[in-house]
Design a protein around this ligand. Structure first.
Ligand SMILES: [Zn+2]
Ligand SMILES: [Zn+2]
Length: 377
Protein backbone atom coordinates (compact mmCIF):
# COMPACT_ATOMS: atom_id res chain seq x y z
CA UNK A 1 0.00 0.00 0.00
CA UNK A 2 1.46 3.38 -0.95
CA UNK A 3 2.28 5.90 1.75
CA UNK A 4 0.11 9.01 1.61
CA UNK A 5 3.00 11.43 1.47
CA UNK A 6 6.45 11.18 -0.11
CA UNK A 7 9.58 12.02 1.90
CA UNK A 8 9.91 15.40 0.14
CA UNK A 9 6.30 16.22 0.90
CA UNK A 10 6.71 15.28 4.58
CA UNK A 11 9.82 17.47 4.79
CA UNK A 12 8.07 20.50 3.29
CA UNK A 13 5.08 19.93 5.54
CA UNK A 14 7.30 19.70 8.64
CA UNK A 15 9.06 22.97 7.83
CA UNK A 16 5.92 25.01 7.27
CA UNK A 17 3.31 23.23 9.36
CA UNK A 18 2.30 24.28 12.84
CA UNK A 19 -0.72 23.91 15.09
CA UNK A 20 -1.87 27.49 14.53
CA UNK A 21 -5.17 28.06 12.70
CA UNK A 22 -5.23 28.45 8.92
CA UNK A 23 -8.45 30.48 8.76
CA UNK A 24 -8.74 33.99 7.27
CA UNK A 25 -6.79 36.49 9.39
CA UNK A 26 -4.40 33.87 10.82
CA UNK A 27 -1.56 34.85 8.46
CA UNK A 28 -1.58 31.40 6.87
CA UNK A 29 -3.10 32.37 3.52
CA UNK A 30 -0.96 35.52 3.20
CA UNK A 31 2.15 33.53 4.21
CA UNK A 32 1.47 30.69 1.76
CA UNK A 33 0.70 33.14 -1.06
CA UNK A 34 3.84 35.12 -0.13
CA UNK A 35 6.04 32.02 -0.44
CA UNK A 36 4.30 31.07 -3.71
CA UNK A 37 4.77 34.50 -5.31
CA UNK A 38 8.30 34.73 -3.88
CA UNK A 39 9.32 31.43 -5.49
CA UNK A 40 7.77 32.51 -8.80
CA UNK A 41 9.62 35.84 -8.59
CA UNK A 42 12.99 34.12 -8.11
CA UNK A 43 12.24 31.79 -11.03
CA UNK A 44 11.16 34.77 -13.16
CA UNK A 45 14.41 36.65 -12.45
CA UNK A 46 16.36 33.48 -13.30
CA UNK A 47 14.62 33.31 -16.71
CA UNK A 48 15.52 36.95 -17.46
CA UNK A 49 19.12 36.29 -16.34
CA UNK A 50 19.63 33.07 -18.35
CA UNK A 51 17.11 33.34 -21.21
CA UNK A 52 19.10 31.09 -23.56
CA UNK A 53 19.06 28.17 -21.12
CA UNK A 54 15.80 28.62 -19.22
CA UNK A 55 13.35 29.70 -21.91
CA UNK A 56 12.17 28.18 -25.16
CA UNK A 57 13.25 30.03 -28.30
CA UNK A 58 9.90 29.53 -30.03
CA UNK A 59 8.10 31.32 -27.17
CA UNK A 60 10.88 33.81 -26.37
CA UNK A 61 10.52 35.61 -29.69
CA UNK A 62 6.76 36.04 -29.14
CA UNK A 63 6.79 37.50 -25.62
CA UNK A 64 5.61 41.06 -24.88
CA UNK A 65 8.70 41.69 -22.71
CA UNK A 66 7.59 45.03 -21.12
CA UNK A 67 4.33 43.41 -19.98
CA UNK A 68 6.18 40.41 -18.49
CA UNK A 69 8.60 42.71 -16.65
CA UNK A 70 5.62 44.63 -15.21
CA UNK A 71 4.02 41.31 -14.12
CA UNK A 72 7.30 40.28 -12.45
CA UNK A 73 7.38 43.61 -10.60
CA UNK A 74 3.82 43.03 -9.33
CA UNK A 75 4.67 39.45 -8.28
CA UNK A 76 7.73 40.64 -6.31
CA UNK A 77 5.63 43.37 -4.66
CA UNK A 78 2.86 40.90 -3.76
CA UNK A 79 5.41 38.43 -2.32
CA UNK A 80 6.81 41.18 -0.11
CA UNK A 81 3.46 42.60 1.06
CA UNK A 82 1.82 39.23 1.72
CA UNK A 83 4.85 37.88 3.59
CA UNK A 84 5.04 41.02 5.73
CA UNK A 85 1.31 40.67 6.49
CA UNK A 86 1.87 37.07 7.57
CA UNK A 87 4.77 38.15 9.80
CA UNK A 88 2.43 40.54 11.62
CA UNK A 89 -0.47 38.11 11.98
CA UNK A 90 1.21 34.78 12.67
CA UNK A 91 3.10 33.70 15.75
CA UNK A 92 5.34 31.24 13.90
CA UNK A 93 7.28 33.29 11.37
CA UNK A 94 8.63 30.60 9.04
CA UNK A 95 6.14 31.32 6.21
CA UNK A 96 6.58 35.08 6.39
CA UNK A 97 10.37 34.88 6.63
CA UNK A 98 10.64 32.47 3.70
CA UNK A 99 8.46 34.72 1.53
CA UNK A 100 10.47 37.81 2.52
CA UNK A 101 13.76 36.02 1.82
CA UNK A 102 12.52 34.94 -1.63
CA UNK A 103 11.26 38.42 -2.59
CA UNK A 104 14.54 39.95 -1.34
CA UNK A 105 16.57 37.41 -3.35
CA UNK A 106 14.55 38.23 -6.49
CA UNK A 107 15.08 41.98 -5.94
CA UNK A 108 18.83 41.69 -5.25
CA UNK A 109 19.27 39.49 -8.33
CA UNK A 110 17.98 42.34 -10.50
CA UNK A 111 14.21 42.19 -9.99
CA UNK A 112 12.08 43.16 -12.97
CA UNK A 113 15.10 44.93 -14.54
CA UNK A 114 17.23 41.74 -14.60
CA UNK A 115 19.18 41.39 -17.83
CA UNK A 116 20.86 38.40 -19.47
CA UNK A 117 24.01 37.34 -17.64
CA UNK A 118 24.99 35.07 -20.52
CA UNK A 119 23.79 34.63 -24.10
CA UNK A 120 24.66 30.91 -24.07
CA UNK A 121 21.88 29.00 -25.82
CA UNK A 122 22.27 25.20 -25.81
CA UNK A 123 20.42 22.91 -28.23
CA UNK A 124 18.15 21.57 -25.53
CA UNK A 125 16.65 24.22 -23.26
CA UNK A 126 14.42 24.14 -20.18
CA UNK A 127 11.00 25.76 -20.30
CA UNK A 128 11.19 27.48 -16.91
CA UNK A 129 9.46 30.48 -18.53
CA UNK A 130 6.60 28.24 -19.63
CA UNK A 131 6.30 26.68 -16.16
CA UNK A 132 6.29 30.02 -14.31
CA UNK A 133 3.73 31.62 -16.64
CA UNK A 134 1.35 28.66 -16.59
CA UNK A 135 1.62 28.07 -12.86
CA UNK A 136 0.91 31.75 -12.20
CA UNK A 137 -2.03 31.78 -14.63
CA UNK A 138 -3.58 28.52 -13.38
CA UNK A 139 -3.19 29.49 -9.72
CA UNK A 140 -4.60 33.00 -10.22
CA UNK A 141 -7.60 31.68 -12.20
CA UNK A 142 -8.44 28.44 -10.41
CA UNK A 143 -7.55 28.93 -6.73
CA UNK A 144 -10.09 31.78 -6.20
CA UNK A 145 -12.83 29.86 -8.11
CA UNK A 146 -12.16 26.69 -6.06
CA UNK A 147 -12.36 28.77 -2.86
CA UNK A 148 -15.59 30.49 -3.95
CA UNK A 149 -17.42 27.42 -5.31
CA UNK A 150 -15.80 24.33 -3.78
CA UNK A 151 -17.29 20.90 -4.35
CA UNK A 152 -15.50 19.66 -1.22
CA UNK A 153 -14.98 22.67 1.06
CA UNK A 154 -12.99 20.48 3.47
CA UNK A 155 -10.35 19.73 0.81
CA UNK A 156 -6.96 21.06 1.85
CA UNK A 157 -4.56 23.01 -0.38
CA UNK A 158 -1.62 20.84 0.74
CA UNK A 159 -3.41 17.50 0.60
CA UNK A 160 -1.45 14.24 0.21
CA UNK A 161 0.11 14.02 -3.24
CA UNK A 162 0.37 17.76 -3.91
CA UNK A 163 4.16 17.62 -4.30
CA UNK A 164 3.92 14.69 -6.75
CA UNK A 165 1.33 16.62 -8.79
CA UNK A 166 3.46 19.77 -8.60
CA UNK A 167 6.47 17.82 -9.91
CA UNK A 168 4.33 16.58 -12.87
CA UNK A 169 3.33 20.16 -13.66
CA UNK A 170 6.99 21.23 -13.45
CA UNK A 171 8.41 18.37 -15.55
CA UNK A 172 5.69 18.75 -18.24
CA UNK A 173 6.63 22.42 -18.62
CA UNK A 174 10.42 22.27 -18.15
CA UNK A 175 10.63 19.55 -20.79
CA UNK A 176 8.30 21.39 -23.19
CA UNK A 177 10.91 21.48 -25.98
CA UNK A 178 11.58 17.72 -25.91
CA UNK A 179 7.88 16.86 -25.42
CA UNK A 180 6.80 19.12 -28.31
CA UNK A 181 9.42 17.55 -30.57
CA UNK A 182 8.25 14.01 -29.76
CA UNK A 183 4.58 14.98 -29.96
CA UNK A 184 4.92 16.52 -33.42
CA UNK A 185 7.06 13.69 -34.82
CA UNK A 186 4.30 11.36 -36.20
CA UNK A 187 2.12 14.20 -37.50
CA UNK A 188 4.92 16.01 -39.33
CA UNK A 189 6.34 12.73 -40.70
CA UNK A 190 2.94 11.69 -42.09
CA UNK A 191 2.28 15.19 -43.45
CA UNK A 192 5.39 14.92 -45.62
CA UNK A 193 4.04 11.64 -47.07
CA UNK A 194 0.49 12.79 -47.72
CA UNK A 195 -1.12 16.19 -48.06
CA UNK A 196 -4.00 17.36 -50.17
CA UNK A 197 -3.84 21.00 -51.22
CA UNK A 198 -7.49 20.95 -52.29
CA UNK A 199 -8.66 19.63 -48.92
CA UNK A 200 -6.37 22.01 -47.08
CA UNK A 201 -7.86 24.99 -48.98
CA UNK A 202 -11.42 23.79 -48.25
CA UNK A 203 -10.66 23.41 -44.53
CA UNK A 204 -8.93 26.78 -44.10
CA UNK A 205 -11.66 28.44 -46.20
CA UNK A 206 -14.13 27.86 -43.35
CA UNK A 207 -14.70 30.41 -40.54
CA UNK A 208 -12.17 30.08 -37.71
CA UNK A 209 -14.82 29.28 -35.09
CA UNK A 210 -16.05 26.34 -37.18
CA UNK A 211 -12.50 25.02 -37.57
CA UNK A 212 -12.07 25.35 -33.79
CA UNK A 213 -15.23 23.26 -33.19
CA UNK A 214 -14.13 20.70 -35.76
CA UNK A 215 -10.69 20.37 -34.14
CA UNK A 216 -12.30 19.78 -30.74
CA UNK A 217 -14.65 17.15 -32.16
CA UNK A 218 -11.93 15.39 -34.12
CA UNK A 219 -9.35 15.46 -31.33
CA UNK A 220 -11.86 14.19 -28.78
CA UNK A 221 -12.99 11.39 -31.08
CA UNK A 222 -9.38 10.16 -31.38
CA UNK A 223 -8.84 10.78 -27.66
CA UNK A 224 -11.98 8.87 -26.72
CA UNK A 225 -10.85 5.63 -28.36
CA UNK A 226 -7.25 5.87 -27.17
CA UNK A 227 -8.54 6.57 -23.67
CA UNK A 228 -10.80 3.50 -23.87
CA UNK A 229 -7.84 1.42 -25.02
CA UNK A 230 -5.83 2.71 -22.05
CA UNK A 231 -8.58 1.34 -19.81
CA UNK A 232 -9.11 -2.02 -21.50
CA UNK A 233 -5.58 -3.20 -22.44
CA UNK A 234 -3.84 -4.32 -19.20
CA UNK A 235 -0.35 -3.07 -20.20
CA UNK A 236 -1.80 0.32 -21.14
CA UNK A 237 -3.90 0.46 -17.98
CA UNK A 238 -0.73 0.24 -15.86
CA UNK A 239 0.42 3.46 -17.57
CA UNK A 240 -2.96 5.19 -17.31
CA UNK A 241 -3.47 4.05 -13.68
CA UNK A 242 -0.93 6.73 -12.74
CA UNK A 243 -3.45 9.40 -13.79
CA UNK A 244 -6.21 7.66 -11.84
CA UNK A 245 -4.09 7.34 -8.67
CA UNK A 246 -5.07 10.88 -7.59
CA UNK A 247 -7.27 10.56 -4.52
CA UNK A 248 -8.02 14.26 -4.34
CA UNK A 249 -9.45 16.14 -7.27
CA UNK A 250 -8.38 19.75 -7.63
CA UNK A 251 -6.65 22.11 -10.09
CA UNK A 252 -3.31 20.42 -9.43
CA UNK A 253 -4.50 16.82 -10.06
CA UNK A 254 -4.78 17.02 -13.87
CA UNK A 255 -1.08 17.02 -14.87
CA UNK A 256 -0.51 13.63 -13.18
CA UNK A 257 -0.01 11.68 -16.42
CA UNK A 258 2.74 9.21 -17.26
CA UNK A 259 5.04 10.75 -19.87
CA UNK A 260 4.36 7.82 -22.26
CA UNK A 261 0.65 8.65 -22.11
CA UNK A 262 1.23 12.41 -22.49
CA UNK A 263 3.33 11.96 -25.62
CA UNK A 264 1.35 9.13 -27.24
CA UNK A 265 -2.03 10.76 -26.67
CA UNK A 266 -1.01 14.22 -27.89
CA UNK A 267 0.91 12.79 -30.88
CA UNK A 268 -2.01 10.67 -32.13
CA UNK A 269 -4.55 13.44 -31.55
CA UNK A 270 -2.48 15.82 -33.70
CA UNK A 271 -2.20 13.44 -36.68
CA UNK A 272 -5.65 14.07 -38.26
CA UNK A 273 -5.48 17.78 -37.37
CA UNK A 274 -2.17 18.15 -39.20
CA UNK A 275 -3.16 16.01 -42.18
CA UNK A 276 -6.36 18.00 -42.72
CA UNK A 277 -4.33 21.20 -42.47
CA UNK A 278 -6.39 23.46 -40.19
CA UNK A 279 -5.55 27.15 -39.88
CA UNK A 280 -2.84 27.81 -37.28
CA UNK A 281 -5.02 30.36 -35.46
CA UNK A 282 -7.72 27.70 -34.90
CA UNK A 283 -5.08 25.23 -33.75
CA UNK A 284 -3.61 27.73 -31.25
CA UNK A 285 -7.10 28.54 -29.94
CA UNK A 286 -7.62 24.78 -29.40
CA UNK A 287 -4.29 24.46 -27.54
CA UNK A 288 -5.22 27.32 -25.19
CA UNK A 289 -8.68 25.78 -24.64
CA UNK A 290 -7.18 22.36 -23.91
CA UNK A 291 -4.70 23.63 -21.34
CA UNK A 292 -7.43 25.42 -19.35
CA UNK A 293 -10.12 22.79 -19.85
CA UNK A 294 -7.80 19.99 -18.65
CA UNK A 295 -7.25 21.85 -15.38
CA UNK A 296 -10.95 22.77 -15.09
CA UNK A 297 -12.36 19.21 -15.36
CA UNK A 298 -10.13 17.99 -12.51
CA UNK A 299 -10.72 21.04 -10.30
CA UNK A 300 -12.58 21.10 -7.01
CA UNK A 301 -15.30 23.33 -8.47
CA UNK A 302 -18.81 22.32 -7.40
CA UNK A 303 -20.80 25.16 -8.99
CA UNK A 304 -24.04 23.90 -10.57
CA UNK A 305 -23.50 23.76 -14.32
CA UNK A 306 -26.62 21.68 -15.10
CA UNK A 307 -27.05 22.10 -18.90
CA UNK A 308 -23.32 22.61 -19.44
CA UNK A 309 -22.70 19.08 -18.07
CA UNK A 310 -24.17 17.77 -21.33
CA UNK A 311 -22.48 20.19 -23.75
CA UNK A 312 -18.87 20.18 -22.61
CA UNK A 313 -17.13 18.03 -19.99
CA UNK A 314 -17.39 19.67 -16.55
CA UNK A 315 -15.71 18.76 -13.23
CA UNK A 316 -18.72 16.61 -12.20
CA UNK A 317 -18.55 14.55 -15.40
CA UNK A 318 -14.80 13.95 -15.24
CA UNK A 319 -14.84 13.36 -11.47
CA UNK A 320 -17.13 10.39 -12.18
CA UNK A 321 -14.43 9.08 -14.51
CA UNK A 322 -11.99 9.26 -11.59
CA UNK A 323 -14.35 7.56 -9.11
CA UNK A 324 -13.03 4.35 -7.58
CA UNK A 325 -16.17 2.90 -9.20
CA UNK A 326 -17.28 3.17 -11.98
CA UNK A 327 -14.03 4.04 -13.76
CA UNK A 328 -15.03 2.79 -17.19
CA UNK A 329 -17.37 5.71 -17.93
CA UNK A 330 -17.09 9.24 -19.32
CA UNK A 331 -14.03 8.69 -21.52
CA UNK A 332 -14.52 11.86 -23.57
CA UNK A 333 -12.33 14.67 -22.36
CA UNK A 334 -14.24 17.52 -24.04
CA UNK A 335 -17.59 16.36 -25.43
CA UNK A 336 -20.07 14.30 -23.34
CA UNK A 337 -21.94 13.69 -26.60
CA UNK A 338 -19.32 11.07 -27.55
CA UNK A 339 -20.01 9.07 -24.38
CA UNK A 340 -23.74 9.31 -25.13
CA UNK A 341 -23.20 8.01 -28.67
CA UNK A 342 -20.92 5.15 -27.60
CA UNK A 343 -22.95 4.22 -24.50
CA UNK A 344 -20.41 5.08 -21.82
CA UNK A 345 -22.03 8.09 -20.18
CA UNK A 346 -22.51 8.18 -16.41
CA UNK A 347 -24.01 11.40 -15.07
CA UNK A 348 -26.56 10.71 -12.31
CA UNK A 349 -28.40 14.07 -11.87
CA UNK A 350 -26.83 16.24 -9.19
CA UNK A 351 -24.65 13.42 -7.80
CA UNK A 352 -20.92 13.24 -7.30
CA UNK A 353 -18.71 10.22 -6.54
CA UNK A 354 -17.76 9.47 -2.90
CA UNK A 355 -14.09 8.78 -3.47
CA UNK A 356 -11.40 8.88 -6.14
CA UNK A 357 -8.45 6.67 -7.03
CA UNK A 358 -7.64 3.12 -8.07
CA UNK A 359 -9.10 0.23 -6.10
CA UNK A 360 -6.43 -1.44 -3.92
CA UNK A 361 -4.16 1.63 -4.37
CA UNK A 362 -1.49 -0.21 -6.42
CA UNK A 363 0.25 2.96 -7.68
CA UNK A 364 3.00 4.34 -5.39
CA UNK A 365 3.37 8.06 -4.66
CA UNK A 366 6.19 10.15 -6.18
CA UNK A 367 7.04 11.10 -9.77
CA UNK A 368 9.99 8.69 -10.19
CA UNK A 369 8.21 5.71 -8.61
CA UNK A 370 5.22 6.35 -10.87
CA UNK A 371 7.52 6.65 -13.89
CA UNK A 372 8.87 3.11 -13.41
CA UNK A 373 5.57 1.65 -12.06
CA UNK A 374 4.11 0.49 -15.43
CA UNK A 375 7.31 -1.37 -16.34
CA UNK A 376 7.69 -3.32 -13.10
CA UNK A 377 6.27 -6.74 -12.49
ZN1 LIG B 1 -9.11 7.21 -17.60
ZN1 LIG C 1 -8.48 12.92 -15.49
Amino acid sequence: MPSDRTRLERLITQVFDDSEPTSFGSGWMSGTAGVFFGALAVAGVLVFSFPGVLSTEAFRTQYPIPVLRAVLQVVIGLAFLLSATSMLLRQRKVLGLTGLALSLTATLAGGSAATAVTEVSPQLTLGLDWFVLNLLLFAVVFVPIERAFPHRPESKTFRPGWVTDGVYLMVNHLAVQALTFLTLLPATALATLWQSDGLHARITGQPLWLQFVEIIFLSDLVQYWIHRAYHSVPALWRIHAVHHSSETMDWLAGPRLHVVETVSMRALVLVPIFLLGFDRAALYAYLVFVSFHAVFIHSNIGARLSWLDHVVTTPRGHHWHHAVRPTDKNFAVHLPLLDRIFGTQHLPPGQWPDSYGVEGRPVPEGWLRQFVFPFRK
